[in-house]
Structures are given as structure tokens and as C-alpha cells.
Design a protein around this ligand. Sequence first.
Ligand SMILES: [Zn+2]
Length: 97
Amino acid sequence: MKPHYNTPSAQSCYRATFQGATVCHSWKLIWRSWAPPKVKFFDWLACQDRCWTAERLARRGLQHHPRCLLCDQEPETIGHLMLTCPFTRQTWHEVLS
Ligand SMILES: [Zn+2]
């Protein structure tokens, strides 16, 4: 017996879950780069906000420092650590120059 066409299948339900979602292809840049595997893995975790920053520790109710340990100016988030921390910005400037 053939299924009725209006009956949702597991596949159509799964696809509907992602309807309207933003597709990010940054994983291609990460995994196809020349960087060592441990760097790729860290970058992949950072892109998904899965690194154990103080912000993530706080979300889980775990002990954490209130501010960034590098600059002691702002809360430690992955965005701060990777982009806006003065220490990081100086490091990026020296690496890229
Ligand atoms: Zn900082």
C-alpha cells in the first residue's frame, strides 16, 4: 500500500525543521585549510561558540572568571577572545603585518 501524499514523512519533517535557517559554509574554509588538525578543530569549536570561555562556563553554572584574563577589561566571550581583546588585536596585527 502506497502512503498518502499529504502524510508527512520523517524526511519532510526533518527538512521542515531547517526551513528558514541560515546556512553557513564556514566549515569548508576551516576543514579545507592548510592548518594543522588541532587548529582546525579549535577554529571549528570557536565558530560554533563551543569553547570553554567564561561566558560558556557561566551559562552552565560553573565557576568562571568575571573578566577576560588577558586584558581584564571585558567579559570573556569567544568573540572577545578571537577579535576584540586588545591582546588578540595586537597579536593579529603582528601576525598579519
Ligand atoms: Zn581581553
